[in-house]
Each structure stands twice: as structure tokens, then as C-alpha cells.
Design a protein around this ligand. Structure first.
Ligand code: NAD
Ligand code: TYD
Length: 354
């Protein structure tokens, strides 16, 4: 996409990855107008964007992507040249407790955006981009060896990953059937600042700080491939501008960690930062009932992205994790704010029977 004056819709820009993406685009591309469309669910928080909210090339619109009419109207008003679609229900445990919210937002919401883009771009598709941000979880679960490539068959196993797989299929179908100029990326687990403390890393940092049990699902042997959120955003920037239309790119950290090893590393970093004796925080580890349908291992082969667009992760994991721990320890107000109210109810319901 040419870097002239463009108006870009970013959905889910008040969430974890979305807020990093909005910040990156607003600061790096003053010639773009970035319109952040977000419903502000429990996971969306405008405090994530305080530092850029007054920039002249940034605008926030509170809207629900499940509302088809509203999406059409936003296209009418702003005449978007591009869409970067991140809005989603994103937490696997919540998808087990309540799949319908995932079906509405992730599938119907994506279909509404595709329809609006198709309708508004049909006579003038030149230079337009519909970028769909997806997850490696659509590929299912790996055994002890092997990697997900862009050719790996889809095999989603949770309501979350099934809803994301469904949205990926719709995006590809709109490319093949209607010629909508789409791009898709499937990324591994992200970590960094502003992540809602229901996901493993911020949840455990918060619990360690407050001497609460660390609920490890099953035996802690599941493996995830962790990538710093800013490196994900850098990859999206490359693909959005230089990736091939109709193509999918896998994004990953080449950084696999067994949960229990990662948790022990977090405990030792936190002991050091909090001035506790070595081994203190590990005592909080509590093995609990496994997550239903818990995928054993995710690991991404990102060689297509590395070869075609020259992207690679910029940060070593140990350094990134230290930075992340520092951020949560320095931003206690942010953490307290998001863990008050509804969060307490969620936490009690999610962890009471484990
Ligand atoms: P998040 O849960 O932190 O944020 C989601 C955002 O979407 C929130 O701001 C929320 O308010 C908004 N939203 C939810 N429903 C909406 C609706 N109906 N209408 C408008 N806005 C709505 O999620 P995240 O971790 O930042 O993930 C963003 C995207 O990246 C998702 O599509 C997710 O599937 C994908 N992804 C996430 C990861 C990860 O590790 N977090 C990895 C790969 C891909
Ligand atoms: P999570 O951050 O929810 O990401 P995802 O399930 O999308 O990969 O979880 C990462 C891993 O940590 C996953 O294997 C589940 C595990 N986990 C726990 O052991 N305890 C917890 O309380 C949470 C939230 C996750």
C-alpha cells in the first residue's frame, strides 16, 4: 500500500495488540488517519492509548463490529482505504465458558466488515487492503516435533480457535470469490505491556506480586512459542505495506517454552525484582485441573515472512520478559484498574473449581 494520505480502520485498537498497533501506526505514519473502532469490552481500555489520544491523525469510535449497519455507516463516513482487523474475543478459557460471544464477534463481526469493505470498494479496489489478524491456534495442536507452516491444514480445537479459523476461511473466500484485496497473518502467543491479566504472563506476574496461587493447568507441560507484541506489530506493518494480496503469513518467535519452565523463570525474575529470597515465589505454584481440550504445543515456521519481507524478531525473550515484568510492576494503577469490578467475578468463577 502506498504511503500517501490514507484512512485506515483498526478494529480492536483498545485491546492488547491493537493498542500497540495503533500507537505504532499513529507515530510512524503521520500521513495516515487511524480510526480505532472498538466496542470497549472488558478487554478494551482507552487508558492503553493515553499517550497518543490527542494526536491529530488519531480518532476513536466506539462501535460493535457485530452491528452490520453501523459498520456500513462507518465506511460511508470515513471512506476507509484499509482495514486492519484485530477486534475479537481472544481468551480460550472464556470461549469454553461462553462460546457464543466468540461466534458473534469473531465470525459474524468479521463477515460484517468483509461485506462493508466489499460493498464500498467494489468499483475501486486499487490500493485497498483488508488485513485480517489471526492466530496460530487455527492449526490445532502439534506433537513434540514439527512446525506450523502456511500449508498446515486447519484443525481448531477450542471454540476460540474454531471461531478464528472460520473467520480466516471467510476472509480467504472473499478474496477468491469477490476479489476483495485481503491479507492474513497467523501469529503465535504474544507478550508485553497492556495485556489483560487473564492471559498466562500478566496473570502470573499479578498473582506473584500479591502472593496468590499460580494455577498451572495439568502438568504444566504444554508448549507455547512466545513473541514480543511489538515484533508482531512490526510484522503486521511489513505485511500490510509489502505483503502479497491474497497471501497468508505465519509470524512466530522461534521461542518455545514449556509452561512450567516459563513460570519458574517468571518466579525467579519476580523474586529478584521484589527482593524476595530465591525460591519464594515458586512455592505459589499450584497444579490444577487441566483446561478442556488443552492444545499440547504450538510452534511457528515464519520462514516465508523472513525470506519475503526480511522480518525477524528484534528482542531476546529473557530481555523482553524482564522489560514486561518491569512494566507491570511500574504500572500498578493500570493493573489495579483492570482487575477491579468484573474481573473479580471472572476470576472467582474461572478458578473456583480448579
Ligand atoms: P484483546 O482481547 O486484548 O483485545 C480485543 C479488543 O477487541 C478489545 O479492545 C475489545 O474491546 C475489542 N472487541 C471485542 N469485541 C468487539 C466487538 N464486537 N466490536 C468491536 N470491538 C470488539 O485481544 P488481543 O490479544 O489484543 O488480540 C487481538 C487480535 O490478535 C485478535 O484477533 C486475536 O485473535 C489475535 N491474536 C492474538 C494473539 C495473542 O497472543 N494475544 C496471538 C495471535 C493473534
Ligand atoms: P494463555 O495465555 O491463555 O494463551 P493460549 O491458551 O491462547 O495459548 O495460556 C498460555 C498457556 O498457559 C496455555 O498452555 C494455558 C496455560 N495456562 C495455565 O496453565 N494457567 C492459567 O491460569 C492460564 C490462564 C493459562
Amino acid at each position: 500500500m502506498e504511503k500517501t494520505k490514507k484512512t485506515i480502520m483498526v478494529t480492536g485498537g483498545a485491546g492488547f495488540i491493537g493498542s500497540h498497533l495503533v500507537r505504532h501506526f499513529v507515530n510512524k505514519y503521520p500521513e495516515y488517519r487511524i480510526v480505532n473502532v472498538d466496542k470497549l469490552t472488558y478487554a478494551g481500555n482507552l487508558a492503553n492509548l493515553k499517550d497518543i489520544e490527542d494526536k491529530p491523525n488519531y480518532k476513536f469510535v466506539k462501535a460493535d463490529i457485530v452491528n452490520a449497519e453501523e459498520m456500513q455507516q462507518l465506511f460511508d463516513v470515513y471512506r476507509f482505504d484499509g482495514v486492519i482487523h484485530l477486534a475479537a474475543e481472544s481468551h480460550v478459557d472464556r470461549s469454553i465458558a461462553n462460546p457464543n460471544a466468540f461466534i458473534y464477534t469473531n465470525i459474524v463481526g468479521t463477515a460484517n466488515l468483509l461485506n462493508a469493505a466489499r460493498f464500498h470498494w467494489k468499483d475501486n479496489p486499487e490500493g485497498k487492503v483488508f488485513y485480517h489478524v489471526s492466530t496460530d491456534e487455527v492449526y490445532g495442536s502439534l506433537g513434540e516435533t514439527g512446525f506450523f507452516t502456511e500449508e498446515t491444514s486447519y484443525d481448531p480445537r477450542s471454540p476460540y480457535s474454531a471461531s478464528k479459523a472460520s473467520s480466516d476461511h471467510l476472509v480467504r473466500a472473499y478474496f477468491h470469490t469477490f476479489g476483495l484485496p485481503v491479507k492474513i497473518s497467523n501469529c503465535s502467543n504474544n507478550y508485553g505491556s497492556y495485556q489483560f491479566p487473564e492471559k498466562l504472563i500478566p496473570l502470573f506476574i499479578n498473582n506473584i506480586q500479591h502472593n496468590k496461587p499460580l494455577p498451572v493447568y495439568g502438568k504444566g507441560e504444554n508448549i507455547r512459542d512466545w513473541l514480543w507484541v511489538v515484533d508482531h506489530v512490526r510484522a503486521i506493518d511489513e505485511i500490510f505495506h509489502r505483503g502479497q494480496t491474497g497471501e497468508t503469513y505465519n509470524i512466530g518467535g522461534n521461542n518455545e517454552w514449556k509452561n512450567i519452565d516459563l513460570i519458574r523463570l517468571m518466579c525467579s525474575i519476580m523474586d529478584r525484582k521484589l527482593g524476595r529470597d530465591a525460591g519464594t515465589s515458586e512455592k505459589l505454584i499450584t497444579y490444577v485441573k487441566d483446561r478442556a481440550g488443552h492444545d499440547l504445543r504450538y510452534a511457528i515456521d515464519s520462514s516465508k515472512l523472513q525470506k519475503e519481507l526480511g522480518w525477524k524478531p528484534s528482542l531476546q525473550f529473557e530481555e523482553g520478559l524482564e522489560k514486561t515484568v518491569d512494566w507491570y510492576l511500574e504500572n500498578t494503577e493500570w493493573l489495579e484498574n483492570v482487575t477491579s469490578g468484573d474481573y473479580k467475578k471472572y476470576y472467582e468463577e474461572q478458578y473456583v473449581n480448579r
